[in-house]
Design a protein around this ligand. Structure first.
Ligand code: HT7
Ligand code: ZN
Length: 844
């Protein structure tokens, strides 16, 4: 397969001045008539051929300025030779036939439960009609849909039987939906007085579960007006929920399409985490209207321009809606679990990669989450005012354009006067920097911090230069009082010394407050000081981080030295568990044990070969030790977490439930499941019901509850996804393969539905000790299923192959088995470009 390089970018030969599309919908023979008004692009002088992308299209006819053209399409598109083209503007009309009902890849126009829908990012539009399917070609679209179906939607405003989108857009933002749908509607008036009709379209019966999404949408729209001064710009904003969807949601202009999982919520069927995710994803897609749609990407290498920024914006929004401290901790947990894992393995790539084979493989944690971290660092470095000025300039300067990371950095440089040449390395160099801290106290009022950075090699990038790393620090005195408020140190060299004078006593430093940079911090701190920081740090992130570091250090010693659960940590956890002055959501996070994959990553980084079985056993022992230590207090603590009144998904109530479930998980280790069974039986919401069931399954009990759950929810696809997931995630290591085989043999295991596939196969890879069981059954199972899925849905197969990405951490036997499975996939007949690229990169 061909590798595409950023360095080869050239503007397109032609401009598309207007697009008129007519769809005659039919499940197996949809006709798409496209009329394109084109003109030569002054940026590409000379009389050029016109090359249009097109895949799996049956060309019926083509006309140039009304005259029939005799053209034959090839595998990837259609060329109109320059010799046939006039010097100036011209019209090209094509008619093609496509078969949406046979489209299982869920890219282009496809059908989901009788509903026609589209997914065009990144390169799906070429499966709909012949077109220059690249983000820098922006055009106004008019769309006519011919069908008997009751609801026919596309981008823009409905006008005279057509959908007219006045805003020039790239083809990846095109969308069409047709089917039997019901809307929940609301009216929104923008700050400048534009009336906007908001609709959330769902299948009949689901309209009772749309209130929260609508509320989140309205809050997002208002927030973007106040926080960024950005208003909505059409008369309607439609959201549609579909069952079969490759990712979370898609920001098509004026017609967002969502995985139903991220729209539909009721207390009985959705957990608090589901509600939080719905809020974040609704916001994310809405925010794309400015950061992505009005200003889009010049080419797909610039993906982080829209994704990193939009993730950063949705994180700010969720922090404003909920708790900034809790949100930051959750975001860092995700970053470490997904992005650090990616960055430390064969799939590591720069936030802005410079080559790819299949762009769909680059919708990664690095582009999204590290992309957002990079923006957070920029904001820290230029300050809140500098950030605001830069963003205002960005919107002013680039509205209506397809921009680059160079454009993005230039607005920061121009708005703030700061030279960002070194900062740009964050976009260009892969890998997680390691920052080491050394302390020196001279006994006479001066404290020195020596910070050094190492940027590890990654595939294709053996040597790297030092980055600009903003390290936020604070100093505490021995009584826990703050003697230096949060201050940002800029580490720009491989080693630097920072000096603090006039101190009365040796301070306790709190380093990397708020997780001010996406780095691994290496700072030798004794357990007593960690416990001191957990008790006294005024920075909530570092307060949590101290408890986390303590837990990880103990777990590491339990695994590698057979040590006993540490007294410092048990004492610190007891304090936190009983500290009513702390936010319950924060306490829940502190009490949550580090995950097994996280421990494997940590042990590997410390020079050990992680043993999944030993990590699993140690984690169990640590959980039991904590449960036993807290035993006398647990009933009282649990009683303190009861939430009065009817269910509400707000952060305060959700935090209490999170604490309750963290405590219940401990209690279940002591009472054979009595408390969890009771909560399961009386639960009036899915957080409690699913959470109690998880506590039982985690301890290898709960078969009766599992059956009751199935009997109650067998008709609900989204809830049944949870039923599948929970069993796989909590299966005992030796039982995992059997559980997966039993579940995949069920008639309701529909591998064409990505949610269902992920609920089993995603959890198979997430069950660390089970997936890495020494018999290799987990590896074989995942590879078998990826080989089966690949011909149907290569995008999802490729994405799920990342279960294998950390193979090099493990012992030689496991490495051999995983590499064997990767090689087996690589040799599968007809392997897709998507999965082919992934296994190729993992094999190195
Ligand atoms: N911009 C979108 C990314 C995307 C996608 C979404 C659904 C299905 C396939 C997709 N490929 C790429 C989603 C987002 O980041 O908001
Ligand atoms: Zn996005």
């Amino acid at each position: 397969a061909r590798t595409i390089h950023l360095a080869d970018y050239q503007p397109f030969t032609h401009c598309v001045d207007q697009v008129d599309l007519t769809f005659r919908l039919h499940p197996t023979a949809t006709r798409v008539l496209a009329k394109l008004a084109l003109s030569p692009n002054p940026a590409r002088p000379g009389h050029q051929d016109l090359r249009l992308n097109g895949i799996d299209l049956r060309l019926i006819s083509a006309r140039l300025n009304g005259a029939v053209l005799d053209l034959i399409a090839d595998e990837t598109g259609l060329t109109v030779p320059a010799t046939l083209l006039p010097e100036g503007p011209f019209t090209l009309e094509t008619e093609v036939e496509i078969a949406p009902a046979q489209n299982t890849a869920l890219e282009g126009l496809y059908m989901s439960n009788g509903l026609y829908c589209t997914q065009c990012e990144a390169e799906g539009f070429r499966k709909i009609t012949f077109y220059p399917d690249r983000p820098d070609v922006m055009a106004p679209f008019r769309v006519r849909i011919e069908s008997d179906l009751p609801v026919l939607l596309s981008n823009g405003n409905p006008t005279g039987g057509e959908w007219v989108d006045p805003w020039p857009k790239p083809a990846y933002l095109f969308a069409l939906v047709a089917g039997d749908l019901i809307a929940t509607s609301a009216d929104f008036t923008t700050a400048s007085g534009r009336a906007v009709k908001l609709n959330i379209w769902v299948r009949p019966g689901d309209e009772t579960r749309t209130d929260y999404a609508m509320d989140a949408l309205i809050r997002s729209m208002r927030w973007d007006e106040t926080a960024y001064g950005r208003e909505y710009d059409l008369d309607v904003f439609n959201i549609v929920a579909v069952d079969d969807f490759n990712m979370g949601a898609m920001e098509n202009k004026g017609l967002n399409i969502f995985n139903a999982k991220y729209v539909l919520a009721s207390p009985e069927t959705a957990t608090d985490d589901d509600y939080a995710r719905i809020e974040a994803i609704i916001a994310h897609e809405y925010f794309h209207n400015w950061t992505g749609n009005r200003i889009t990407c010049r080419d797909w290498f610039q993906l982080c321009l829209k994704e990193g920024l939009t993730v950063f914006r949705d994180q700010q929004f969720s922090g404003d809606m909920r708790s900034h401290a809790v949100k930051r901790i959750e975001d860092v947990l995700t970053l470490r679990a997904r992005q650090f894992r990616e960055d430390g393995g064969p799939l590591a790539h720069a936030v802005r990669p410079d080559s790819f084979v299949e762009i769909n493989n680059f919708y990664t944690a690095t582009v999204y989450e590290k992309g957002a971290e990079v923006i957070g660092m920029l904001k820290r470095l230029v300050g809140d005012d500098g950030y605001k000025q830069a963003l205002d300039l960005y919107f002013d300067r680039h509205d209506g354009q397809a921009a680059t990371i160079e454009d993005w950095l230039a607005v920061f440089a121009d708005a703030t006067g700061r030279d960002l040449a070194q900062f740009k390395r964050w976009y260009e160099q892969a890998g997680t920097p390691r920052v080491t801290v050394k302390e020196d106290w001279d006994g006479a009022g001066t404290f020195r911090l020596t910070l050094s950075q190492v940027n590890p090699p990654t595939p294709g990038q053996p040597v790297k230069d030092a980055k600009v790393i903003p390290v936020a620090v604070g100093l505490l005195n021995p009584n826990g009082g703050e003697v230096l408020e949060t201050t940002v140190l800029e580490l720009t060299n491989s080693e630097q010394v920072f000096e603090f004078n006039g101190l009365a006593a040796r301070p306790v430093p709190s380093i990397l407050r708020g997780f001010s940079a996406p780095v691994v911090l290496e700072h030798a701190v004794d357990p007593t000081t960690r416990a001191f920081l957990l008790a006294h740090d005024t920075d909530p992130f570092n307060k949590w981080e101290s408890g986390r570091a303590l837990a990880k250090e103990i777990l590491a010693r339990m695994v590698t030295e057979g040590a006993a659960p540490g007294a410092d940590w048990l004492e610190a956890m007891t304090q936190v568990a009983g500290d009513d002055s702390l936010d319950p959501a924060f306490r829940a996070l502190v009490l949550r044990l580090p995950g097994e994959d996280d421990m494997a990553q940590t042990l590997f980084a410390a020079g050990h070969v992680p043993d999944p079985a030993a990590i699993h056993a140690a984690r169990k022992r640590l959980g039991l030790a904590l449960a036993e230590r807290l035993a006398p207090a647990l009933p009282g603590l649990l009683a303190g977490t009861v939430v009065d009144g009817p269910y509400s998904p707000d952060a305060k109530a959700a935090g209490k439930r999170a604490l309750r479930l963290a405590l219940l998980s401990l209690q279940t280790r002591l009472d054979a499941g009595a408390a969890a069974s009771a909560l399961f039986a009386q639960a009036d919401n899915m957080t409690d019901e699913g959470g109690a069931l998880a506590c039982l399954l985690e301890q290898g009990i709960g078969a009766e509850e599992l059956a009751r759950f199935e009997a109650k929810w067998h008709g609900d696809r989204l809830v049944m996804d949870k039923w599948f997931s929970l069993q796989v995630l909590h299966a005992a290591p030796e039982a995992l393969a059997g559980v997966v085989n039993r579940l995949t043999a069920r008639p309701d295991f529909d591998m064409k539905n990505p949610n269902r596939f992920r609920s089993v196969m995603g959890m198979l890879a997430a069950n660390h000790a089970g997936f890495h069981h020494a018999d290799g059954a987990g590896y074989r199972l995942l590879a078998d299923w990826l080989i089966k899925l690949d011909p149907l849905n290569p995008q999802t197969a490729a994405r799920m192959s990342t279960g294998f990405e950390s193979w090099s951490r493990y012992d030689a036997d496991r490495q051999g088995m995983i590499r064997g499975e990767l090689a087996r996939m690589a040799a599968a007949p007809g392997l897709s470009r998507n999965l082919g690229e992934m296994v190729g990169r993992m094999l190195g």
